[in-house]
Structure formats: C-alpha cells, structure tokens
Write a protein of this length. Structure first.
Length: 305
C-alpha cells in the first residue's frame, strides 16, 4: 500500500474540499517522477488500461507510448509540444495560412488588456493539455475567477501530472486566439513515421461529444476509447485529402505524433501536435486496436541515456 492509498480515506476529513489531499498527491507524484518514474508509470498504466505495462518488449500502442516516454528524447518534440513554438514550426512547414489568428501572447495574466480584445476569443496555455477558456461574451465572464485559474495554470508543470517529458521545460505563456465559431469539428490524424493511418473526428464538443474513427480511405472503423460516443458513417470532408497531406508533412520527423486540425466553412486550421495520445493510458474497444496501432508504431533507437 502506497502513501496515497493510506491518505485517500482521510481526504474529506483533512480538508472539506480535499485541498490538503490534493497538495499531498501533487507532492507525491512530483517525488515519484523524480525518484521512481517507471514505478509510477506502471501504477498509472495498470489503473488506466487494465493490464500490466511491459517496457522490455512493448507490443501495444499504449505500451509503446510509455516506452517513448522513458527511452526516447527528441528536442523537436519538446519544441512542438509548446503551443507557441509549434506555430513557428507549422508556419515554416506549411505556411501561415493554416494558423488560427492570434490576438496576443502573454507571459503573465496582468499583461492581458480585455479592452483591446474582441468580444469573443479563446485563452489557453502553451505548456499543458486541456487548459482552455472559451469566451463568447467578455462582458458576461467572471474575470477574477478566470484570471485566478490562469495564474494557477501558469504556476503548474504538466510534466509532474502526466509524466510526459515534452512538457517539462516549456516556459509557460498564455495565448489569445480567435474564436473560430460554434460548429467546429476536430480532425485528428494518427501518424507513424510521416504516414497518416487513422483519423479521429470529434463532433459537437460543446453539447454531445461524439468521436468517429476512419482509415485513410475514409472507411468507418468500429473503434472507440473509454466512453466515447460514436456516430454512423458521415460524408467525407471536402478537405480530407488536403488535411491528410498536411498531416504527412508535419509528422515526417517523428516516429509517432497525432496531428490535429480544425475545419470551418472549408477552411483548415492547424490545432496542435500530440505525442502521447490520452497519455498512453486509455483502453481501446475492441482491445485488438491497441495491438493494431502498436504494430504501426516502429520504435526508434533508444537514446535517452
């Protein structure tokens, strides 16, 4: 039994909102990542996927993502994980026309001048996953609350939460982007050594997130992760071939990366590069897809030591 298992039953007694428990958990994770990283990964992996992690001879997609965390380092991956630096990478590779317009990039919350911003925009950090504030009417937002959230995010290091080394040394910043619209679909290409193999489309993120998987001939795949909803087959997007070619161009330097795009009114925008999809700890249904994707990922030579 580890430290957190001992502390867990007491979390609501230690603090009404679990604050002290959370602080203890954060301290424990930081300690383990620094001193016993692989043991923590194995614990998290078992809890997430339901099976034991094999780093000596990884076979599944999730296992191979953990291997890449442990044994492979490419400085370009860390650069592209930084959402500010990734814009330069995409501009150099594809051109500026695929970048979402930016209103500002800030080092501190105090630099944000709401009076200079349009009524609608998006604020997000550059050094983590899921840290996004969508503003549809800046006059109806509790900015004290949202700015305090941003300050907390800026002072956090996502590496100690996820174990994804690409985030460890990113200098935290806030990006203010144009809000593209209400009905924006996400197109996520799973690429292996520059070859797109699987497309995940996310529909209706705001109200009823639905996720469909396709092969590169746009055949619907009976595949899901966790509790994803799934639609029946839909029409092929007008810009499918364009996005596929852009994904191939951006992914050419990496053994694996997920290349994400937005599309609105036939305009394609780059979203992000993701090197450890779902942190490599989310089960597939059916489980055979964990092995199919694993066979697509050819591991590079170990280089972290």
């Amino acid at each position: 039994m580890n430290f957190l298992q001992i502390l867990y039953p007491l979390k609501y007694f230690i603090s009404k909102d679990g604050f002290l428990y959370k602080k203890a958990r954060d301290y424990y994770r930081k300690y383990m990542i620094k001193h016993n990283y692989i043991a923590l990964l194995k614990h998290d992996f078992r809890a997430g996927t339901g099976y034991d992690l094999n780093l000596e001879s990884p076979q599944t997609f999730n296992e191979k993502l953990q291997w890449l965390k442990c044994y492979y380092r490419d400085p370009l991956m860390a650069l592209c994980a930084d959402k500010v630096q990734a814009r330069t990478f995409v501009k150099d590779k594809l051109g500026e026309q695929y970048l979402v317009p930016v209103y500002g990039i800030y080092n501190r919350v105090e630099e944000i001048n709401l009076g200079e911003l349009p009524n609608q925009f998006v604020l997000k950090t550059n050094h983590a996953s899921g840290q996004v504030i969508i503003c549809k009417d800046k006059n109806k937002i509790d900015w004290n609350y949202e700015f305090n959230k941003l300050k907390y995010w800026l002072n956090s290091n996502y590496y100690y939460e996820s174990g994804e080394w690409v985030y460890k040394d990113i200098q935290p910043k806030i990006i203010c982007e144009k809000l593209l619209g209400e009905k924006v679909n996400d197109y996520k290409f799973y690429c292996f050594s520059g070859k797109p193999e699987i497309l995940l489309i996310c529909f209706d993120r705001q109200y009823n997130l639905t996720m469909n998987y396709y092969d590169m001939n746009f055949n619907f795949l009976k595949l899901k992760q966790s509790s994803d909803n799934s639609l029946k087959q839909v029409d092929i997007p007008n810009k499918f071939e364009l996005m596929k070619s852009l994904a191939a161009e951006l992914s050419a330097s990496f053994p694996h990366v997920r290349i994400d795009f937005f599309m609105i009114e036939d305009q394609v925008y780059f979203s992000e590069l993701t090197f450890f999809d779902s942190n490599g700890m989310e089960p597939f249904e059916p489980v055979e897809w964990d092995y199919k994707l694993g066979r697509m990922l050819e591991l590079p030579k170990r280089n972290n030591l």
